[in-house]
Design a protein around this ligand. Structure first.
Ligand code: NAD
Length: 493
């Protein structure tokens, strides 16, 4: 049976507020849609400002009046229960995830589901072994003999605002460390993928001992409901993942109450091939990467920067592999490139395809909608040549399976092109000489870089952006510490 058959897909309509699974106070609901078929899968409660107010109040109470923030063992147990709950329900959640996100089934065995679930165990282990206090010994600051120590403690109430592209990854990459650190959370997911968050709420309510109010999930059709999290004085920190444009608004509105702001934003990452690289291997990897989940990944490399002398060969090689990864039914285990999330997103990508020709580019492959997939929101994997790095298509985030090939004139030029971007999220460097390739990787101003196909994506590796790709780091010890305050204490020595 198909995993996107709505009869087999089980979602969750209710919000989670103060330990209770409940409808929105207004009683309103909104639809969640399968992007591969445009079929309505079901509905989710449409939370509004009153629900958000309840959720923030519950999170504040849970932080201020329970032992959640100080009881590490309780938090570790809760996170392990949550991981087990996901694992017990993996088949149903996998089917729901493919149906709601349009993600290829194969991708759910990695970043779309299994990897983020596994990361809960990693962060629970970290909380168990973490050194919460560091003794700095005695000193005589300003002549006063003192014994000093530094203590790390939870920030407080965290407002988490998340996008639709890899919802479990981002929901759990925020929830896991925030909870492990002792915070309480209000999660506001994207309206395109409410169930990925409300199902998480149900697991917490029904299959863990995480206390009421510690996690609250407020789905809503209203994009701007999350803005309350960045203005409400009861919220201590906003953790946002989404577009740079929205991140800018979140940061500005959080300024009023001087919140800690953590931002994971967009990207336009470069895949740099040096002149001594395994060209075919590199091109195949670049092709595979941009087709994955129809290019809907913030860290996906979307500018292919190749030696001018090997330009034609690189284009041909990349195009051949992309042609083998067509847009197709995401429930087929062989599919890498599924649909875009919505007709709105497809309009956006198609706008960039029109712009590519207006700017003087041409399509080596794709450029339109695939035949025979009319119901869903598909576009063809598209390879574009003839555009300079300064073109809008090479500078702006498209968030579709669209790759622009740009020639370079040596390592310095390649580095300059890679860094000529408002973003700074990720990248890839391929070269035959390992030290030379790593040297180039070190000069690329982004938060992550893979060399010769090495992959940085794992729970212990910090992930985040330079420049307009964000502030702060997700995952790793750095990601955990984003959710901690630092307190310095002293007593007479
Ligand atoms: P988006 O910015 O439109 O929305 C992200 C979230 O913010 C959603 O929950 C949305 O409802 C909410 N939102 C929208 N307007 C808001 C406002 N004014 N105030 C508060 N919240 C608001 O992004 P999207 O379309 O959902 O996701 C795609 C974007 O996310 C891409 O730009 C992608 O690069 C980025 N992304 C970044 C990372 C990363 O880790 N750097 C990961 C995944 C996605």
């Amino acid at each position: 049976m198909s995993t996107t058959d709505s009869a087999t897909v089980v979602g969750e309509e209710r919000l989670l507020i103060d330990g209770e699974l409940r409808p929105a106070r207004s009683g309103r609901v909104f639809e969640t849609v399968n992007p591969a078929t445009a079929e309505v899968l079901g509905v989710a409660a449409d939370g509004d400002a009153t629900d958000m107010d309840d959720a923030i109040g519950a999170a504040r109470r849970a932080f201020d009046t329970t032992d959640w923030s100080t009881n590490v063992a309780r938090r570790v147990a809760g996170l392990r229960q949550l991981q087990q709950a996901f694992e017990r329900n993996a088949d149903a959640i996998r089917a729901m995830t493919v149906a709601e996100t349009g993600s290829p089934l194969s991708f759910t065995y990695s970043a779309q589901l299994d990897a983020p679930v596994g990361s809960l165990g990693w962060v629970a282990d970290l909380a168990e072994s973490y050194q919460w206090e560091t003794d700095l010994g005695n000193a005589e600051p300003l002549g006063i003999p003192s014994h000093r120590w530094v203590r790390r403690e939870a920030t407080g109430v965290v407002g988490a605002i998340t996008p639709w592209n890899v919802p479990h990854q981002i929901n759990l990459a925020k929830l896991g460390p925030a909870l492990a650190a002792g915070n309480t959370v209000v999660l506001k997911p994207a309206p395109d993928t409410p169930w990925c968050a409300t199902v998480l709420g149900r697991l917490i309510a029904e299959e863990t001992d995480i206390p009421p109010g510690v996690v609250n999930v407020v789905a809503s059709a209203d994009h701007t409901l999350g803005a309350i999290l960045s203005t409400d004085p009861r919220v201590d920190q906003v953790s946002f993942t989404g577009s740079t444009a929205t991140g800018r608004k979140v940061m500005a509105s959080a300024a009023e109450t001087i919140k800690k702001v953590f931002l994971e934003l967009g990207g336009k990452s470069a895949f740099v091939i040096l002149d001594d690289a395994d060209l075919r291997g590199a091109c195949a990897t670049a092709a595979f990467t941009v087709c994955t989940h129809a290019g809907q990944g913030c860290a996906i490399t979307t500018r292919l920067i190749v030696p001018r002398a090997q330009f034609d060969e690189a284009v041909e090689s990349t195009s051949k592999v992309m042609a083998m990864l067509p847009a197709a039914d995401p429930t087929d285990p062989g599919t890498m490139c599924g649909p875009l999330i919505s007709s709105r997103q497809r309009d956006r990508v198609e706008g960039y395809l029109r712009l590519a020709t207006e700017e003087g580019g041409s399509f080596v492959l794709g450029g339109g909608r695939p035949e025979g997939l009319d119901a869903g929101f598909f576009v063809e994997p598209t390879l574009i040549v003839g555009l300079p790095n300064s073109s809008r298509v090479a500078q702006e985030e498209i968030f579709g399976p669209v790759l622009v090939v740009i020639p370079h004139d040596g390592d310095d030029d390649a580095v300059a092109l890679a860094n000529d971007s408002a973003y700074g999220l990720s990248g890839s460097v391929w070269g035959g000489d390992r030290d030379r390739a790593v040297g180039v990787a070190n000069r690329i101003r982004t938060g992550t870089v893979g060399v010769n196909g090495g992959l940085w994506f794992s729970p212990d590796m910090p992930f985040g952006g330079y420049r307009q790709s964000g502030v702060g780091r997700e995952s790793g010890v750095a990601g955990f510490e984003e959710y901690l305050e630092t307190k310095s204490l002293a007593e007479p020595a």
